[in-house]
Design a protein around this ligand. Structure first.
Ligand SMILES: C[S@@+](CC[C@H](N)C(=O)[O-])C[C@H]1O[C@@H](n2cnc3c(N)ncnc32)[C@H](O)[C@@H]1O
Length: 298
């Protein structure tokens, strides 16, 4: 099932827009970078605050996000680029930009990726396990599930998914694939369901799917590198805003901000993460796990 960008615009609601704008506090003629442009939800709001001299660079590693934004962010002040944010410096240097006024990371997976079942992110999908944000890269979720040794699977489920049944699930996967490969998302979801008892609020396979996605897309390494480069690129007084969606991700951001504050590079704007309001979660349940942290370059 392929979702067209028009459909996506209807289902996509950017998360914590008011809070993002408060943290970024965009200056009329500033240069802003949206490192996870997705389908342009946050970018569009930032753009509304910019004057004619302002600039917005939208980056995403997913080619379909960039094509979606070509329509949504059709504006002479916008430059779009397909790239990983771990290459932020390189991307900006190619554009002759060496300093920026603000940067946002809205981490994780987009609705465009989740709802397009052919991308193999969703446990409801009958399609082949994939989960690559950048489809030109070789490693897929199928390779992880069918080729990784048991201990490595267990470690990924524990470290990236906080999955308490990590060992049991890894053992069951290896046992199953001794008979046949695990090909589709649904096959994997059913197998995890057979090991893990029902969970309140979330599907039993949520943590395992999250862990595999993080492994496939090297999300931990990407985030550490992206944050480092972003802070180096900010002008004094420039702002960084990061929205994360699970505890492991938020821990990386929190520790990074603390280290940078200790080094005298930034001032942390909010000691505790900002959470979405109850009203927002009612309208947009996918915002429920969002955590926002902001910093200002010194
Ligand atoms: C939650 S969505 C962003 C939604 C966006 N803020 C909006 O309002 O439309 C996350 C996006 O980040 C992208 N992404 C994730 N990791 C990335 C990385 N390391 N480099 C570049 N883009 C990345 C994904 O492809 C996805 O499109």
């Amino acid at each position: 099932m392929l979702l067209l960008s028009m459909d996506y615009k209807k289902i996509h609601i950017p998360v914590m827009v008011k809070e993002v704008l408060e943290v970024l506090n965009p200056k009329e003629n500033g240069i802003y970078v949206d490192t996870t442009v997705g389908c342009g939800g946050h970018s569009l709001e930032i753009l509304k605050r910019l004057g004619q001299e302002g600039k917005l660079i939208g980056i995403d590693r997913d080619a379909s996000a960039i094509s979606c934004c070509q329509e949504v962010l059709n504006d002479s002040r916008v430059i779009l680029k397909q790239a990983s944010f771990s290459r932020l410096k390189e991307v900006l240097s190619e554009l002759n930009i060496d300093r920026i006024d603000g940067v946002i990371f809205d981490l994780g997976v987009s609705m465009l990726q989740l709802k397009d079942f052919s991308r193999g992110f969703s446990f409801h999908s009958d399609e082949r396990l994939d989960m690559r944000m950048d489809q030109s890269l070789p490693l897929t979720a199928w390779d992880v599930v069918n080729r990784y040794p048991e201990q490595k699977l267990e470690r990924i489920f524990r470290d990236y998914g906080d999955e308490p049944f990590a060992r049991k699930i890894a053992r069951q996967i290896v046992k199953f694939r001794g008979k046949k490969t695990i090909d589709t998302c649904k096959e994997l979801a059913d197998l995890v369901k057979s090991v893990v008892s029902e969970r309140k609020k979330i599907h039993p396979a949520t943590k395992v799917f999250q862990a595999i996605r993080i492994e496939v897309n090297r999300e931990v390494e990407e985030l550490q590198e992206g944050l480092k480069q972003a802070v180096q690129l900010l002008k004094a007084g420039g702002r960084i805003c990061v929205i994360s969606y699970h505890s492991g991700e938020d821990r990386i951001v929190k520790n990074f901000f603390r280290e940078e504050e200790k080094k005298g590079n930034i001032r942390i704007l909010n000691k505790k993460p900002i959470l979405p309001s109850l009203e927002e979660v009612v309208i947009n349940p996918s915002a429920r796990s969002a955590r926002l942290r902001g910093g200002e370059k010194l």
